[in-house]
Design a protein around this ligand. Structure first.
Ligand code: SAM
Length: 293
């Protein structure tokens, strides 16, 4: 046999020897791990059994994870529907103030779609679909769903519109508006809240919402005038810069009053000629509009 052929054979035998030893170790350790391996009589069967069980285990875990996430989704979907019914009941209950017994179907659709649980702190998630305000940190709250729906309804949102929100908070009201109008501009005075809301809105693909940290009393002049303005903190008076930044034909909704007195939700309308009228809708309770104005 030529020398080169001998050398090749040694190399091949060497490699297969190492591979056999590797299999031996694997099978022995597997045999220690499970007794059922004794039923198999060939290396190939051991390995197939080993591999199939592993694949089955991974598949089982995958199915379990999908099951758990579907269950969580279902839980939130049905809780959200219950919240929508509670809003409908409140609209009926307050019909004397709002001059109708139901809010616009498209507003209710948005309320039934936006995942409120994504905008509340983790420890409040189990309460996310209760029809009440919840703490969001920094002494602030996410507003009651009925009030969010009512303020949105009062704006009479239309697809091509541009709306300003003062008081981003969690970003939830901005997300509801983003379902209904083309572009939303929202201002939050507390930096960590503004940054967190921006992050949540981005994660949920609300690309038509622009968040800014600052004092919303002065509005957002570069992007005005706006078709609608919603203020989600109580002011002692209607900020003149916001009236200025409202388009003719535009509507503003704002809670007016001090922290310790009854506040009124006020609808401000600017007609085509620029004349401004106000109308009190119903008593509310909001955190105060802060800032140095
Ligand atoms: N719309 C919010 C939501 O969906 O979660 C809830 C708003 S919370 C009731 C009121 C928010 O207004 C607070 O986050 C507060 O920090 C903010 N705020 C108070 N004064 C402000 C001001 N001058 N400019 C901007 N934001 C202000």
């Amino acid at each position: 046999m030529p020398e080169i052929e001998k050398l090749n054979r040694y190399i091949i035998q060497g490699i297969s020897g190492v591979y056999d030893a590797y299999l031996e170790i694997k099978i022995t350790s597997y045999a220690r791990w499970t007794t059922s391996v004794t039923c198999c009589d060939s290396t190939r069967e051991y390995l197939l059994l080993y591999r199939n069980r592993f694949v089955l285990l991974i598949f089982g875990l995958f199915v379990l994870l999908i099951g758990l996430s579907v269950q969580a989704q279902d839980k939130y979907t049905s809780a959200r529907q219950t919240m929508v019914h509670a809003i409908e009941a409140d609209a009926h209950f307050t019909s004397f103030f709002i001059n109708k017994t139901a809010l616009e179907p498209k507003v209710m659709e948005a309320m039934g779609k936006v995942p409120r649980h994504e905008f509340v702190p983790r420890k409040e998630r189990h309460n996310a679909y209760e029809n009440r305000p919840l703490p969001i940190g920094h002494g602030q709250t996410i507003s009651q769903p009925y009030i969010v729906a009512l303020m949105t309804d009062l704006l009479k949102p239309e697809r091509q519109q541009k709306v300003l929100e003062v008081g981003t908070g969690s970003g939830y009201q901005a997300a509801i508006l983003a379902e209904l109008v083309d572009e939303v501009f929202t201002i939050e005075i507390i930096k960590p809240l503004g940054n967190q809301a921006r992050q949540h809105l981005q994660q949920l693909n609300y690309d038509n919402v622009n968040v800014r940290v600052g004092d919303g009393y002065y509005g957002w002049e570069e992007h005005g005038p706006f078709d609608g303005i919603v203020v989600t903190a109580a002011a002692s008076h209607i900020p003149p810069p916001l009236i200025q930044q409202l388009k003719p034909g535009g509507r503003m909704v704002i809670p007016v009053g001090s922290r310790f007195m009854i506040q009124q939700l006020v609808l401000v309308e600017k007609d085509a000629a620029g004349k401004v009228t106000t109308r009190q809708i119903l008593p509310v309770r909001f955190v105060p509009l802060t800032g140095k104005h």
